[in-house]
Design a protein around this ligand. Sequence first.
Ligand code: NTF
Length: 833
Amino acid sequence: PVKAAAKTSTSATQTTATVDKAQVKAFKEQVEKHLRTTIGTSPVKASKLAWWQAVVATVNEDIFGRLTDTQQTHAKNDTRAVHYLSAEFLMGRLTINNLTNLEKFDVAREALKEFGLDINEICEEEPDMALGNGGLGRLAACFMDSLATCNYPCVGYGIHYENGLFRQEIRAGKQVERPDSWREYGCPWEACRPESVQNIPLGGYVEKQTAPDGSQCSVWHPSSMIKGVPWDIPVVGYRGSSVAILRLWESRSTEQFNWDVFNAGGYVDAQAEKSLAETISKVLYPNDSTEAGKELRLTQQYFFCACSLRDILRRYKRSHHNDFSEFAAKIAIQLNDTHPTIAIPELMRLLIDEEGLSYDQAWDITSKTFNYTNHTLLPEALEKWPVYIFEKLLPRHLELIYEINFRFLNGPVEAKWPGNNEIKSRLSIIEEGEVRKVRMANLCVITSEHVNGVAKIHSKLVKENLFPDYAQLWPNKFCNVTNGVTPRRWILSCNRGLAELYNDVAGKDWPLDLDKCEVLKKYADKKEYQDRFMKIKHDNKVALAKTIKELTGVEVDPNAMFDVQVKRLHEYKRQHLNLLYIMSLYKSLLEDPDQDIVPQVFIFGAKAAPAYTLAKDIIFAINAVGEKINNDLRIKGKLKVVFLPNYRVSLAEKIIPAADISEQISTAGYEASGTSNMKFSMNGALTLGTMDGANIEIVEQAGIENNFIFGLSVDEVLELKPRYNPWDYYNADHDLKAVVDWLDSDFFTPGQPGALSSIKTSLLNNGDPFLVLADFASYKEAHQRAQKLFKDKAKWARAAMINSATMGIFSSDRSIRDYAENIWTLRSQIVKK
Ligand code: NTF
């Protein structure tokens, strides 16, 4: 049984809106009915988990009706639809978001209150759906929300991982990975669809046959079959009538596969085969750039693409039978990075081998169907698969890739650069070398109608630096769609105080048209509004301070400046630059404990890929430095450093609304876009960042004078890199030298000298690949500007309000409309109830 609601709930999410009594009564009755008849318990003995399940069952009553309406409308009108293929969808929790989008949050809150329950506490029972690593997966989730909200016909396709991104524990300052079994007790949002199961062939060999007319054809004899079981997660659009579907494929063994072994008495062997097939969707690869060359990873990619394409074809054939002339007019497929590239040869194969089309017909369709989004320039993230893995797993696909490559090199390339073998070897899908490899990005660019980057600067670099030869061949193929985030989750659901302020100044439609928020600029100089804005921020900080205390035991003062860096741990994101600055600040406080500085709390959250040793060392260093600083009475609490374990979507929802400073400090040219930068700004944090990714467009909107920009630009980085020597910076800057050397002592790790040395080694002996030392002085100076402004409450409030007010273009609705208009030529469809 659950005790009456604690009074301590996050006040930041309380609203004062009046709520319709009749609706509250009805919701309450539904919840109680589900508690008894769906969950099988009663109000007196229900656990919080049971209450949550009953709430979900209640919400689902609303959702499934709308889902059917949506699907029937699209089928009836035979609408063109986009199919978003992504190996990751980082959905987070769905309850509050779905209640918000159905405009039932206040009703639900009141109904639960009448049972003596706090809605926020009940919703804490929901595990995050962490089926993604970071930005790329969270972007896909925001896009689903916008596709549904803007009423675009669409399906999201991905993998139903049994284990999402690992749960991070911090033990003695170090990251420890634990499995994330998000579905251990079932996920009440998802529905299994046995009627749409697919069987997917794998392995074996290709036999060349001669047809009666003398032509050659290939027949694939796969060695095994895997069953793909679809799980549907409905995505509710805001206030909209449409509900989009996210369809995630789970791998199972096919029965026919094991039956013979089983009959022959090989029960155990049969079970082993079974577990092999089921391994495919067992776990998400925990690397946010790519895991190279892993057979299981390619199998995962192929598995979900093959299932999805069969699903797309099945639906197409329901209205078009075997006439494929309309296929490219009805179907758009978006490849979210190169992970789903294998869908390209798979569509070719299905059309040629299974549907009997000619190669030319199949290519004509395929090359009009696909589009590709690039999300990173990091070379290690550009997928290349050894040819021998293809030979083993996908021999027929390899054959088709060779054919595509042959026709490309001897067609367009030969025409443009006759006899130029150097260009051919650069543009080829196949990389020659000791181990021959398939370059997935090349296959994407050659096939796709459009190739886009995710922020202006990134798209320019994709075109000019990553694919310059392709850009000469097809200049119009390359375009930009700047990322966005959904204001429903990232303002309305996670920052109710701010949402109410916008309701008051901008009217209630701003979540559908974020440009409306710009009116807040008019009030940015008015004391009354500044006070209200900063009171909202303060309340959010009080709530976060409580969370920090619960999770880490560290006490922080909500009046201090909250300086936040939350994102995957990577050298290019430069958490260690932040750490060096903190150390220098600490050093100066030790030298002069009475100096008048703004009290500051540095907040980190970050997961490191389990095999990325230096990233894990940086986590350890942050914790070690934090431990020392937080317990040093000499500095009188002016400085605190907290590392929040297990950073994930639901934690981001608590952190972001409470930030004063948003750290976006990647080496210029390395962060494709960033999306948390947008969320922070929307919620009134000032960006302390480099001119990289979407930061550039953020300050274009909010004004460079309302943020703290520092460091080398993209051009300066490109210019400096070849002649860069970190020792020059180290030797020239006393303070920098002192903090870098501090890493070598045992000051922060008593009894363990050298425990933090790997960071110093990377910065000096390994050449500081991300120019941390080069940007240190400028970074420090930016912090000084931030401190100075923070002391002037009115000026700070004004800058924060202008940031929040000017983020309209970073709504993912804008991104999705850009895709719909410029890439998919897709029209929205209003769904009638
Ligand atoms: C990420 N890429 C980029 O690193 C971010 O800058 C960007 O905001 C997001 O994509 C979304 O576009 C990846 O996660 C990956 F996988 F490509 F490395």
